[in-house]
Ligand binder design. Structure first.
Ligand code: FE2
Length: 275
């Protein structure tokens, strides 16, 4: 397996479009706008600001440990313990941890998407969830290839807590909301939170892989990153349509005395000074 030094030499020749989520994050914070929640990937594509991950580049220059070791065994590969007893992790360890995290996340999502599709009332939303299920299976296959390339064992032993929480939120919506356009709107919100977690994860992983000279892995996972972005855009378009339907539905419920959205309350908000 190539050492870090040789990987760094190869790095320049390996193209990358992976500035994505890291760039997105810094750009978003500079704008202070809410573009990212509905349009995250688009903002990443035109980003020119440098990633905060650059700060890691210097740190990685000391590292000589090989990829392919688990975090727990990394001591034998140069990731020793500091005086505090904590592991002295390298960028390679960080990449490995990130890959295992997103692998667990994808596996959990693969289980959740059929339930979300079943709960959706809109046929288009059902199709979107089912299509993303097929994509998710491909994403897992790509990660399997990445693990094989890095001579790492693909494992789910460390569960992604973030995805677990996001799926719990979706399950709450499935259980608590009666079938309606509002429920579909809520499911889209859950799904977009998932997408944004995946975009952030793959963006970070691609950035780390790029710094470490794993160009082939960047190219492979950048395809996944693009697909996550495409899914997010599709959900945004669906949200516009379904939110309108949910609004009309709520108004009708209100008019028929079923406790829907109260327009009288809206007039109060319109008069309020939010400045
Ligand atoms: Fe995915």
């Amino acid at each position: 397996m190539a050492t870090l030094a040789s990987k760094k030499n190869d790095k320049k020749s390996q193209t990358s479009t992976s500035k994505s989520s890291q760039t997105m994050n810094s750009k978003t914070s500079q704008d202070g706008s809410s573009k990212t929640s509905q349009d995250g990937t688009k903002s990443s594509q035109d980003g020119t600001s440098k990633s905060s991950q650059e700060g890691f580049t210097k740190a990685s220059q000391d590292g000589s440990s090989k990829m392919g070791s688990s975090s727990s065994s990394s001591n034998s590969n140069g990731a020793g313990k500091s005086k505090s007893g904590k592991q002295q992790k390298t960028l390679e360890n960080l990449l490995e941890d990130g890959l295992k995290d997103i692998y667990s996340a994808e596996k959990q999502l693969m289980e959740a998407l059929p339930k979300m599709a079943k709960a959706a009332g809109s046929e288009e939303l059902q199709d979107a969830f089912e299509e993303h299920l097929q994509q998710t299976k491909r994403h897992i296959e790509r990660l399997d290839k990445v693990f094989a390339r890095l001579e790492m064992e693909a494992t789910e032993e460390e569960e992604c807590e973030a995805m677990k929480g996001l799926i719990t939120e979706a399950e709450k919506v499935i259980e608590e909301y009666a079938p309606s356009s509002v429920k579909d709107s809520a499911l889209i919100i859950c799904a977009q939170k998932v997408e944004h977690y995946e975009i952030a994860s793959y963006g970070s992983i691609c950035e780390l892989a790029d710094v470490l000279g794993h160009g082939a892995i960047v190219n492979l996972l950048d395809r996944t990153l693009q697909e996550e972005g495409d899914t997010d855009h599709k959900l945004s378009a669906l949200a516009q349509q379904i939110n309108d339907e949910a609004f009309e539905e709520s108004q009708q419920n209100s008019e028929s005395g079923r406790g829907g959205y109260q327009m009288s309350n809206m007039s109060n908000y319109e008069e309020a000074d939010f400045g």
